[in-house]
Design a binder for this molecule. Structure first.
Ligand SMILES: [Zn+2]
Length: 187
C-alpha cells in the first residue's frame, strides 16, 4: 500500500522524536516495511525511515542501486551505527521530507551498520564513499529525530526551511530534489 499521502514534511513534530525499538517482527511491521518500500520507489527515493510516514519505530528501508534499474531493497530493523571513519566527506542530500531541495551535508566517509532484517537475521552493512554510506547515516538520523536541518547552522537552517516552503508552493512533491521550474509548459 502506498503511503505517499502520509509522507511528513519538515516541521512535523514526528520527525523530531526519538523512535522506539521494534520489539517483535510481526505482520504489522512486515506490512509497514513493504508499504515503505513501495512508497520509496514511487517517490524515486533511495531511503525512507518510519517516522517519515508518521510511525515512531526504528525501521528504515534503503535501495541505493535502484537507479540502475534493478531493485535491491534492504529493510533495516533497529539499525545501529557501530563504526565510522574520522575522515569526512560532503555530498548533496535530498530527503522525501524536504521536497524540492538538496542540502550539502558533511558526514563520515565510511560507516558500518548492524541491523535485523525481516527474517530476524542480524546483518552487517559496510559502505564507503558511496550513496549507501550517506543514505544509511541519513536514515538512521531520522530514527533519532534528526533531519538535514540538524547538520546546518542557524542561518542555513532558516534558508532551507524557506526553500522548502517556496518549493512546495511551486508544486514540489516528495522525491523532488529541486524546485519545479516556473517556465510555462510548451504546447
Ligand atoms: Zn530523509
Amino acid at each position: 500500500m502506498s503511503l505517499m499521502d502520509d509522507i511528513r514534511i519538515t516541521g512535523d513534530p514526528v520527525l523530531e522524536e526519538v523512535c522506539e525499538p521494534v520489539a517483535d517482527i510481526n505482520d504489522e511491521i512486515k506490512d509497514l516495511a513493504h508499504s515503505m518500500l513501495e512508497t520509496m520507489y514511487e517517490a524515486d527515493g533511495c531511503g525512507l525511515a518510519a517516522p517519515q510516514v508518521g510511525v515512531n519505530k526504528r525501521l528504515v528501508v534503503v535501495d541505493c542501486e535502484w537507479g540502475s534499474g534493478k531493485k535491491t531493497p534492504y529493510v533495516l530493523i533497529n539499525p545501529e551505527i557501530v563504526e565510522t571513519s574520522d575522515e569526512l566527506r560532503t555530498t548533496g542530500e535530498g530527503c522525501l521530507s524536504f521536497p524540492g531541495v538538496t542540502v550539502q551535508v558533511e558526514r563520515p566517509r565510511r560507516v558500518v551498520v548492524h541491523a535485523t532484517n525481516l527474517e530476524g537475521d542480524v546483518m552487517r552493512y559496510e559502505a564507503e564513499d558511496s550513496l549507501l554510506a550517506v543514505c544509511l547515516q541519513h536514515e538512521i538520523d531520522h530514527l533519532d529525530g534528526k533531519t538535514l536541518l540538524d547538520h546546518l547552522g542557524p542561518m542555513a537552517r532558516m534558508r532551507v526551511k524557506k526553500q522548502v516552503r517556496e518549493a512546495i508552493e511551486a508544486g514540489a512533491k516528495p522525491g523532488d530534489v529541486e524546485k519545479p521550474s516556473k517556465a510555462p509548459k510548451k504546447g
